[in-house]
Write a protein that binds this ligand. Structure first.
Ligand code: WT7
Length: 645
């Protein structure tokens, strides 16, 4: 495919950026040929209490061992706060913009430091110790970042659960990591609507008798039920807590956090990230990918409940002493200009969001954008799913007024930080391509047999060697870590994504090749939605696939076989959708539910998902090989009754 659209690096960026073409190539070469040398140099950006003994010790064979900077001692919170106090104590660290446009708040590094120390002391007073897991179920309010940093300060492992997840999903995540303490708030607020976080927590805790402490942030002031002996208010505990708390000395390989993510099978897995490599890598990528310069105001619109918020709202930016904006609201409240109003209000220079948001805003036309200034913007970023060139061009032309390079950053919860991305002073852009690997990253494209392909090609995206921010294991289940990522193609990290590489060596991510779907940049396992559906008394069997969706990227398409005697109806369709929503959370609500008297299966009883995907995508003229189908008439029925045409 010829690339007609190339956007060369602007002259001014070549001169001013941290990295230009020459330095990119030099540094990349070195990072691959001499990883020890490269990373020991760049690890100095982090403050270490004691130096490491080995830079890198990793093996993608056998038991899978990934260790970086072993023996090195540090504290992640110290790196985000304490070390900035001398120079930047009075500089803004976090700008918080509330859901309500008239509500905002800023924290300087010193103020943030004091709040974090106080809360660290609160946690200690509640008996939380190094290595304990702390579940955090909070909306996008400053207390979320404060709670995370306080955990890091005392060496507790945080597990943030996105506020959009249901009580059941929360309960699963609390149980899996055996957390004894949960931090939540009365309610969340998004687009003027209240989300009953404390009530959800109460419901979840019915299933988690081990949890003996809940700390509740009073945010909206809504009514909540406080359980005597278990529930305490944040503000009351903070009143008398001292504003000094020495940081715990952590080994580079001590866990920093667990974050649950969906896979192709079973329940979400606890992705475990450790301290040293993660801090080095997230701070380095934050500086170079976003070309962060002292004083810049940087805004990542993600929710901290996802990895994007962990790495690029909290740890990376704060380690760099940046000004990081945290937004509680949504792009269309009070109206579709909100993002750009916030940009103008806080003079944002660097803006990082998801393709789904860009597409939703693009649909509203240019007017809501054009009526704002956006003069402060200099760089735009995207993450979460492939961006279609049309949305890329709109983002570039309308939002950035052809002035701002776009960094399309490819990465995953597992990777901890950005792996494939343009660097704005070094990489000519092609709309829709995440372009090239970051330093130290060795991607390859393989075919189904696992052979590495050369030159321009397409296939499965794998990584040939480890990078510092890579996940270390699945919490409590190292076997699952091995089988999910390293068994199918031994010796390589399997990303689960398909990709193409063009003649210029640019990578184009084509999307998941496993049973994971990406709905508005949120990752879901089709198996999770299926097990929610079959848990309903009316459902005998269910199969779920992704289908193309204009705004969300992928929608959720469910085929449902009812138990005999139950009649399909619109009402039942609605209540099944509501059921899934209650079981997992709003992001998992099916877009389509098709009644299927039977599912297409092979003679050995395996559901033929490939066919279900085609029917859901309305690509019914070419179903591929159907010779192994047990009952071809089942497929004909599904085609006749398909929901998208
Ligand atoms: C999956 C990971 C890491 C941030 C948020 C998502 C898809 C992510 C891109 C991109 C094409 C992308 C992949 C990946 N993805 N960024 N720039 N271009 N696809 O994290 O929930 O772990 O999902 O998101 O399919 O595997 P996640």
């Amino acid at each position: 495919m010829a690339d007609t659209n190339v956007f060369p690096v602007p002259e001014s960026w070549k001169k001013s950026a941290w990295i230009n073409k020459e330095t990119y190539h030099e540094m990349y070469e070195r990072s691959i040929k001499d990883p020890e040398g490269f990373w020991s140099e760049h690890a100095k950006r982090i403050d270490w209490f004691e130096p490491w003994k080995t830079v890198k010790d990793s093996d993608f064979q056998g038991d899978i061992r990934i260790r970086w900077f072993e023996g090195g001692k540090l504290n992640a919170c110290y790196n985000c706060l304490d070390r900035h106090l001398d120079k930047r104590g009075d500089q803004v660290a976090i700008i918080w913009e509330g859901d309500d446009p008239s509500v905002d708040k800023t924290f300087t590094y010193r103020q943030l430091y004091e709040e974090v120390c106080r809360f660290a002391n609160v946690l200690k007073a509640q008996g939380v110790k190094k290595g304990d897991r702390v579940t955090i179920y909070l909306p996008m309010i400053p207390e979320l970042a404060i709670a995370m940093l306080a955990c890091a300060r005392i060496g507790a492992i945080h597990s943030v659960v996105f506020g959009g997840f249901s009580p059941d999903s929360l309960a699963d995540r609390i149980q899996d990591c055996d957390a004894r303490i949960v931090i939540t708030s009365d309610e969340g607020l998004r687009g003027g609507r209240k989300i009953p976080l404390k009530a959800n927590t109460d419901e979840a805790l019915d299933k988690c008798p081990e949890v003996d402490r809940v700390i509740v942030v009073r945010h909206t002031g809504g009514d909540v039920n406080m359980v005597a002996g278990r529930d305490l208010y944040w503000h009351e505990l903070m009143k008398d807590a001292p504003a000094e708390c020495p940081p715990e000395t952590m080994d580079a390989e001590d866990p920093l956090f667990i974050l649950y993510t969906s896979g192709s099978t079973g329940k979400p897995k606890g992705v475990l990230h450790t301290t040293g490599g993660y801090m080095v890598y997230t701070s380095l990528t934050h500086q170079y990918v976003f070309d962060y310069k002292e004083g810049d105001i940087y805004w990542c619109t993600a929710d901290i409940g996802w990895i994007t918020g962990h790495s690029y709202i909290v740890y990376g930016p704060l380690a760099n002493g940046a000004r990081s904006l945290m937004f509680e609201g949504v792009p269309n409240y009070p109206d579709f200009s909100r993002f750009w109003q916030v940009v103008d209000k806080h003079q944002v220079n660097i803006f990082y969001t998801a393709p789904t948001a860009i597409r939703a805003l693009m649909r509203q036309g240019d007017e809501p954008v054009r009526k704002t200034s956006r003069k402060s913007l200099k760089l735009l970023g995207t993450v979460g799913e492939p961006i279609n060139p049309e949305a890329w061009l709109w983002y570039y032309n309308v939002v950035g007024e052809k002035r701002c390079p776009i960094v399309d950053t490819w990465w995953q919860t597992e990777t901890g930080g950005i792996l494939i991305t343009p660097l704005p002073g070094a990489t000519d852009l092609k709309p829709g391509s995440a372009t090239r690997p970051f330093f130290g990253v060795q991607p390859a494209i393989i075919n189904q047999e696992g052979q590495i392909l050369e030159g321009a090609c397409s296939g499965y995206l794998v990584m040939l060697d480890s990078w510092p921010a890579m996940m270390r294991t699945v919490y409590g289940d190292h076997e699952r870590f091995k089988t999910t990522y390293f068994v199918q193609y031994p010796g390589k990290y399997f990303t689960g994504d398909g990709a193409r590489r063009d003649e210029d060596g640019y990578y184009w991510i084509t999307g998941r090749v496993d049973d994971v779907i990406n709905v508005s940049g949120h990752r879901l396992g089709t198996a999770e939605v299926e097990s929610a559906l079959v848990a309903h008394e009316a459902v005998a069997e269910a199969a779920v696939v992704g289908c193309p969706h204009d705004i969300k990227g992928q929608g959720i398409y469910a085929y449902v076989t009812l138990v005999s005697g139950v009649e399909p109806s619109e009402e039942l369709r609605k209540s099944l959708a509501e059921w899934v929503r209650k079981q997992i959370g709003p992001i998992a609500t099916p877009d389509y539910i098709q009644w299927a008297p039977a599912l297409p299966k092979t003679r050995s009883g395996k559901i033929m998902r490939r066919i279900l995907r085609k029917v859901a995508a309305n690509e019914v003229s070419d179903l591929g090989d159907t010779s192994t189908l047990a009952e071809p008439e089942v497929v004909e029925h599904l085609i006749r009754n398909r929901m998208v045409r």
